[in-house]
Design a protein. Structure first.
Length: 274
């Protein structure tokens, strides 16, 4: 048995324990803002890439009554998402499947809206991943991303090492300008950018709810799983200057051949605090 703690094993531990919070900076506020930048309605066909426990996908189908597919690389996390959909009574409009961001198991030109929250920065081939998003989007479709972003570069090695060990983000994360250039190379147009400096890595209210909801599994993992104890210890040792360098950006644009889609104008912005 491999006892090394890796980003993949951390993600598996999170699924096993049953955490249901948002796994990206900005939490639900950032999710709602990203959704507001995309023209979603009841007729929209949406894909949520890297859907984790299905929180965004289920919210979309409840809020807009649109059809959503959530894709995640981890079967156990897809299982958690399906549990959530059943509990929230939205199984008729939302579907979850196992799939790799860099090679989506879906056909071309399917989706009106492609969403991804803190997923593209984790993959080795970011350009290939964005090309997949463009491929599965309809001509004129909208791609909306919330992505980890360097607010200042280069960051100290201490910060790069911490993010690599805990969540798999490496030094090749992009600045705001880098993400915008990546989307432009993928032939996306009318790209809007909003970037933020945040005051915490997660929402304390969500953390408490997860702690209460998952306490028996957390306690079991703390007692029986050395990897989980190591993860908790590592997560507590946050570099003091982390959030001076590490933030997030919302990046939204149209795919090729786009016509008759209204999007609010938004210039490239400096970092704002949330």
């Amino acid at each position: 048995m491999d006892d090394r703690l890796t980003p993949s094993s951390i993600y598996e531990l999170v699924a096993e324990v049953g955490f249901k919070k948002y796994f990206h900076l900005g939490g639900f506020d950032a999710t709602r803002e990203l959704i507001d930048l995309c023209p979603i309605n009841a007729n929209s066909y949406v894909i949520d890439i890297g859907c984790a426990s299905g929180k965004t996908a289920c919210y979309l189908t409840r809020r807009y009554r649109c059809n959503v597919i959530g894709v995640d690389i981890l079967p156990s996390m897809v299982g958690r998402a399906k549990e959530r959909a059943r509990a929230e009574g939205v199984t008729k409009r939302v579907e979850f499947m196992v799939g790799d961001t860099q090679k989506l198991p879906l056909g071309d030109d399917l989706f009106d809206i492609v969403l991804g929250e803190f997923i593209t920065g984790l993959v080795d081939d970011k350009e290939g991943a964005v090309s997949e998003y463009v491929r599965v989007a309809k001509p004129g479709g909208i791609i909306g991303l919330n992505e980890a972003t360097w607010l200042k570069a280069p960051p100290p090695q201490e910060i790069i090492g911490f993010l690599d060990r805990t969540v798999g983000f490496k030094g090749e994360l992009f600045t705001t300008e880098g993400w915008k250039e990546l989307l432009e190379r993928s032939e996306m147009k009318e790209i809007m950018v909003r970037n933020y400096q945040t005051e915490s890595l997660s929402d304390p209210r969500e953390d408490i709810r997860d702690l209460i909801r998952s306490f028996p599994r957390i306690l079991h993992s703390l007692i029986r799983r050395p990897k989980f104890r190591e993860f908790i210890k590592m997560s507590i040792a946050v570099p003091n200057s982390l959030l001076d360098y590490f933030g997030y950006g919302l990046y939204v644009g149209r795919t090729r051949d786009s016509q008759n889609i209204d999007m609010p104008a938004q210039p490239l912005a400096g970092a704002r605090r949330r």
